[in-house]
Design a protein around this ligand. Structure first.
Ligand code: ADP
Ligand code: MG
Length: 462
């Protein structure tokens, strides 16, 4: 029966490596109880956890156990809040008592050695998130610099630091990189990464167990607090009051705090007013979705991390079409690689489209894909600031010719019309259309500046 428990721990370790922190936290906050050698149960503190675990994990857990053990082990998911609380309470009180004991001793090397061995997950940090694998672009240069500064000068000028922006653009990555980098030079520091809902749950649990002191001590003792997705505390007034207290304690002890949210402080609703007020006075930085070149560099970096590479055309195609969310870019890379590796083919763009490999990942409206020639002409005319009628005219100034060629190229690429049909809309025969299209293609191949102009037109629309 000990083995069964061991399998569970192994499963938790594996899953911690590739699942989101919040999902793993659900599993870790549940109890695993072995009834006998054929039966075990996962006991959760509420329906939310139970439903998620059943939906997202139970299949994988069962497969894992089937691989590990010759016996059939039935695994049940149950809800029993009291049982879970009782168990966690014992664990935390033990931890608390250990902490108090350690605090009362002097800071001898022996203790430092012990503290170093505290498992990394106590910080909740994922060691993948580092500054050196974060691609800088115009969208994030300033935030990147501030985050880096704070990681080596914590508790100084930029305390707290407040970062906000939309989903999937690297906020959590930067936040955790601050913690990881700080820990590199201060391995014994108490750093904690947590998101708004985790923080709220801990606070509520502390109250339920009538031990809010454990919660308060844990947070007020930190050297660095990294609080992600602060918007999840909206409407949790009581919790945000508590956060304000912690804020004051850490602030007066000059301990660094970094807050991340999907909105600026002034837009946060139903949060302790004094806290909001302090946020508004902090250094507030926004991070924007990456531009085309940055997206391309991110794709290259992710492939490098995966020790593989893919065709440049495919990389560009992804960067063109996934414009707002880097997590989706990662999903698209994984989807492409799994088709490539499973089917032992190297799909080109056409095959990718046929197989719909990227259908779940492309962001924005795929307007270009079904755009009419007229729409394309309008986009290009707007971009270069010329009249649409110039495309049909005989005017041959360099600037107009270039714009006309770009419009022809995009029309050939995206409109699904034949060159003859496109010709009609440009008042030209099909040979001129082919000439225009090929001219742009050649220039693109030779790395001309047209490349970034076209990408800008394309990313303006998608
Ligand atoms: P957010 O917290 O803003 O929703 P994340 O930090 O979780 O987004 O980023 C989503 C994914 O995209 C992560 O795996 C992260 O490593 C990656 N990512 C985002 N921006 C960059 C970047 N500039 N360079 C490298 N990876 C990035
Ligand atoms: Mg995040």
């Amino acid at each position: 029966m000990e083995e069964i428990k061991q399998y569970w721990n192994e499963f938790l370790n594996i899953i911690s490596e590739d699942e989101e922190f919040a999902a793993v936290a659900l599993l870790k906050s549940s109890l695993f109880i072995v009834d006998d050698e054929n039966n075990a149960s996962i006991v959760c503190s509420g329906d939310f956890a139970a439903t998620h675990i059943k939906k997202d994990f139970l299949g994988r857990i069962k497969d894992f156990f089937r691989e590990k053990s010759e016996n059939t082990i039935n695994i049940d998911v149950k809800v029993d809040a009291d049982l879970v609380n009782e168990h966690l309470e014992i664990e935390e009180i033990e931890e608390y008592e250990d902490d108090v004991k350690n605090d009362s001793k002097d800071n001898s090397n022996e203790i430092n050695a012990v503290k170093k061995d505290v498992p990394a997950n106590k910080t909740n940090l994922n060691s993948y998130y580092r500054f050196d694998n974060f691609i800088q672009g115009n969208n994030n240069r300033y935030v990147f610099a501030a985050a880096k500064y704070v990681s080596s000068n914590p508790g100084k000028e930029y305390n707290p630091l407040y970062i906000y922006g939309s989903v999937g653009i690297g906020k959590t990555h930067l936040l955790q990189a601050i913690g990881n980098t700080y820990l590199d030079s201060n391995p014994n520091a108490k750093v904690l990464y947590i998101d708004g809902s985790g923080f709220r749950d801990e606070y509520v649990l502390g109250l339920q167990r009538k031990r809010p002191d454990i919660f308060k001590k844990k947070y007020k003792d930190l050297d660095m607090l990294l609080l992600d997705d602060l918007q999840l505390l909206e409407s949790a007034q009581e919790t945000s009051k508590e956060l304000f207290e912690i804020f004051q304690a850490l602030d007066s002890a000059a301990k660094q705090m970094v807050f991340v949210s999907d909105k600026p402080p002034k837009e946060l609703r139903n949060i302790e007013a004094r806290l909001k007020n302090r946020f508004e006075k902090s250094l507030i930085l926004s991070i924007e979705p990456p531009q085309y070149e940055t997206r391309l560099a991110i794709i290259e970096r992710k492939l490098f991390d995966l020790h593989t590479s893919i065709d440049e055309d495919i990389m560009k195609y992804m960067a063109e079409n996934i414009t707002t969310d880097v997590r989706k870019i990662e999903g698209a890379i994984r989807a492409y690689l799994s088709v490539r590796d499973l089917m032992k083919i190297t799909p080109d763009i056409e095959q990718c489209e046929k197989m719909d490999i990227f259908k779940d990942y492309f962001t924005g409206k795929p307007k270009l894909k079904n755009a009419s020639v007229k729409e394309i002409k309008k986009m290009v005319a707007d971009y270069y600031g010329i009249e649409m009628s110039s495309f049909e005219s005989k005017e041959r100034t360099k600037f107009i010719s270039k714009a006309r060629h770009v419009a022809i190229y995009l029309a050939c690429k995206y409109s699904k019309k034949s060159v003859t049909e496109i010709g009609l809309e440009f008042n030209r025969d099909h040979a001129s259309i082919i000439h225009g299209r090929d001219k742009v293609e050649d220039e693109l191949k030779s790395g001309s500046h047209l490349f970034s102009e076209i990408n800008e037109i394309v990313s303006n629309i998608s």
